[in-house]
Ligand binder design. Sequence first.
Ligand code: URA
Length: 251
Amino acid sequence: MQRLDKYLSDAGCASRRELKALLRAGAVRVNGLVVTDGAAKLDEQTAAVTLNGQPVERRRRVVLLMNKPAGYVTSTEDPRDLTVMDLLPEQWKKQAVAPVGRLDKQTEGLLLLTNDGVLAHRLISPRYRVEKSYYARHEGEVGPDDVQAFREGLVLGDGTRCLPARLEPLGPGESRITVTEGKYHQVRRMMASRGAPVVYLRREREGMLTLNGLGPGQVRELNAEETAAIDRLCGTAVPRDSGSDDPLVQN
Ligand code: URA
């Protein structure tokens, strides 16, 4: 069950303010009956919703892959900076997508955006162990002791415990780091704790998804194969039943 005002705004048919006025004016019908209360609940699987006599389609699930350039903040709005939403064509903004997790303003690379809250939660949650791989250029050198410390799970200076992670030295001042969680500035803090502060960071992989030639600032929808793969990884094939969204909990 979903609130009518949320259903309408997710469908992207009008702004919240416009919707209030439309509801008040009796422009919205659910299963043929005028509904003026935006808080009214409807079964989004079966309800027939119209606005000024036109059917309002249920929101389509959208999962986008972006190559985030440096200089954009990962947020839906910001009073000062450009956000990753400024890189999205209008058609997708209307679908109410939001970034999955966060890349720092200066971090580049793979960023997913979706309007599927369950998928977003599972991609971020350490419980689902979705790997995120980063290419880093850094000061100093890392060696076998650092690789081992990452494998065992680092404890940062402020006592923050990190899950076991993979550090692969690639050459002088270059490494690949793979983590399954997304703490604040995690990779930068992990590397700094080993005396190797990061000077450049790019996310290259999330689960099995890679940028695969997508240029900086470009965005595309996942193809069918990628969508199926990410759904297998997260247990999120749609339509889902209406019970718990957690596969560890019996419905
Ligand atoms: N870790 C960081 O430190 N920064 C990012 O943007 C992503 C992971």
